[in-house]
Design a binder for this molecule. Structure first.
Ligand SMILES: [Zn+2]
Length: 224
């Protein structure tokens, strides 16, 4: 692991434990420009780690410090996501540019990094999230080309396949979305859910498959 200390961090709120992991993409042309920005005091943004497409990992902020990655966000009623999370930036140009799949060496390095982090903090599988999950409508990263299933298959995050009876459950979509952690069942939140858990079609509309996946997820997380 390489070190590139960023000045952009502060104290975590007293008494908080780290129980959320947030994945991002950099949305910049390359790793160098992203590292420069994440270490620029005037930018006032950072993350704990950055993972390059070739698998090189940079440490920017110590895990006991509050990095400035989530911005205006919330999860399960917690508005200070930065205080209780670790943030990882993945190099990718993002939706505004040449958004592309995340390279295998990058995914393998990320998987290893996540396992290390999970060994140090009590982060449940269902609180391994994308920036878009905690800031629906405002953020789209890491986006629908990020392979959450691949990561979950390797023990990082949750990816339940819905059972047939999950599709038959009649649900109040907003209530089940809130159970999982989203603020509501509005279009932006549904789109964020789909970007993460039903990436082949991000419509913002809670169709049958979306509902079934939400039910499966809430059940798998034992939040029902
Ligand atoms: Zn982000």
């Amino acid at each position: 692991m390489l070190e590139r200390p960023s000045p952009n961090h502060g104290a975590r709120r007293d008494g908080t434990i780290v129980d959320i992991l947030v994945l991002h993409y950099t949305g910049m042309a390359d790793a160098r420009s992203a590292l420069d920005r994440l270490c620029d005091p005037s930018a006032e943004v950072s993350a704990h780690y950055l993972v390059e497409e070739d698998g090189v990992v940079w440490r920017l902020v110590p895990e006991d410090r509050r990095a400035w990655h989530a911005g205006v966000s919330s999860w399960a009623g917690e508005a200070d996501v930065n205080s209780r999370s670790i943030g990882i930036e993945l190099v990718n140009p993002g939706h505004g540019a040449a958004y592309r799949r995340f390279a295998l060496p990058q995914m393998i390095a990320l998987e290893r990094l996540c396992h290390d982090i999970l060994a140090r903090h009590p982060i449940p599988a269902w609180r391994i999230l994308g920036h878009s999950d905690v800031a629906p409508g405002r953020k789209r990263d890491p986006g629908e080309l990020f392979d959450w299933k691949w990561l979950a298959d390797r023990g990082v995050g949750l990816w339940p396949d819905p059972r047939e009876d999950d599709a038959k459950v009649s649900i109040d979509i907003a209530r089940w979305m809130r159970r999982f952690g989203y603020p509501d069942g509005a279009r932006d939140s549904i789109a964020a859910f789909q970007r993460h858990f039903r990436p082949r079609s991000v419509t913002g509309v809670a169709d049958d498959e979306t509902r079934a996946r939400l039910v499966a997820l809430v059940k798998a997380a034992a939040l029902a």
